[in-house]
Design a protein around this ligand. Structure first.
Ligand code: NAD
Length: 349
């Protein structure tokens, strides 16, 4: 396939970002976006020139009533594409998957879905080559994507023998007005959280456990990690490794990035679209190695955007546009303006 004909199903928090990312690639065409709500948010897609398709026949009238001329229905769109990137809410996606299977288009689902929906979970750093030519994949959640990036990087260099992650999750996305918590911290109960088993859908060899709480913030998640390494490491050697890893950005309290608010403010100041922070952010001054060789560090995750580069790489692998993780990751990063020196991609096969 010289270029992939792609469509985004569900133009919400993730879908609109994936649509922009797909349309920025030279080896992909965004054939259309699908939604069911004729909102001003979908109107933005029309204004960007993305053909709008209705997710249900009832939605056709809704779009027309709101002055948005739909190009057709989802069924018509599926006849024109190679791959559907489903970014609709959990529950809707599973129904859509039946449609994709019937028509025979490849499909990507997001991290809100269970691994069993596709039986294959994806992270560009950890298992790009396993996605090549596949008909279905799940791009794992923001937290799992971030952990896979970090743990695969550290494992490659130092060996990760045992990992524990404590996660403070953001309460809701900034646009969400219906959920909370507003004034509470809510533990994920009972026992360990689902995040570590989700990492193991991609890296089953990593011995990892996680606990999580949800906090009243909408900006980012924060991960606190305790990692037993196989080979000796120092804070400097860890910093050096992470500083030269694509899609990782070192920040520091000393440099004025004292919180998630400062990270998002930096993204605003950089003029990034929607304040997006596609890289995982590691506080370099949090990196400590104790007398037993155990590594500790703090990481922030921009939930709305961190998974977007991985969606692009997943399309490239599934549609066999690029057999090398190294070349795909670099090509994707170039379109986001987060590219690194060419040699920094050499660690990827
Ligand atoms: N929001 C995040 O930060 C985030 C991060 C990583 C992964 N995810 C995952 O991405 C997926 C999408 O989440 P989101 O936050 O973008 O959701 P969202 O609610 O912001 O967007 C979903 C969109 O799908 C549309 N929709 C509903 N029914 C539809 C249908 N039948 N056909 C087409 N479109 C339909 C909705 O109108 C909405 O615009 C979920 O699996 C979620 O877990 C979300």
């Amino acid at each position: 396939m010289a270029s992939a004909q792609a469509a985004v199903i569900g133009y919400g928090v993730v879908g609109k970002r994936v649509a922009d990312a797909v349309s920025a690639q030279s080896d992909m065409d965004l054939v259309g976006v699908v939604d069911v709500v004729p909102s001003d948010l979908v109107r933005v897609a029309a204004e960007r020139g993305y053909p709008i398709y209705a997710g249900t026949s009832a939605a056709v009238d809704g779009f027309k009533g709101a002055g948005i001329e739909p190009a057709g229905t989802i069924d018509e769109l599926l006849g024109k594409i190679d791959v559907a990137i489903d970014c609709s809410p959990p529950g809707v996606t599973a129904k859509n998957v039946e449609r994709y299977k019937q028509v025979g288009v490849k499909y990507i689902v997001q991290g809100g879905e269970a691994h069993g929906l596709t039986d294959f979970s994806f992270n560009a750093f950890a298992n790009y080559s396993d996605a090549i030519g596949r008909s279905a994949a799940r791009v794992v959640s923001c937290n799992t994507t971030s952990e896979c990036r970090l743990l695969s990087t550290l494992d490659r260099t130092f060996g990760v023998v045992d990992a524990f992650i404590a996660i403070t999750r953001r309460g809701v996305d900034p646009v969400d007005i219906k959920k909370g918590p507003i004034n509470a911290t809510v533990p994920a109960l009972p026992g360990f959280s689902h995040h570590a088993p989700d990492v193991q859908t991609i890296m089953p060899e990593i011995n990892v456990r996680s606990l999580a709480v949800v906090a009243s913030t909408t900006l980012m998640h924060v991960h606190m990690l305790r990692l037993q390494l196989r080979d000796p490491a120092t804070p400097d050697s860890v910093r050096e490794l992470l500083a030269s890893t694509p899609r990782v950005r070192l920040v520091s309290g000393k440099g004025g990035i004292a919180s998630t608010a400062h990270i998002i403010e930096w993204a605003r100041d950089m003029g990034r679209p929607r304040n997006d922070h596609w890289e995982i952010a590691i506080w370099e001054d949090s990196i400590v190695v104790d007398e037993n060789g155990v590594l500790y560090l703090l990481m922030a995750v921009h939930m709305e955007s961190v998974i977007v580069p991985e969606n692009v790489d997943c399309i490239r692998a599934m549609c066999e546009l690029e057999s090398s993780a190294r070349r795909s990751i670099e090509a994707t990063d170039l379109t986001f303006g987060i590219e690194r020196a060419e040699e920094q991609y050499a660690v990827f096969a």
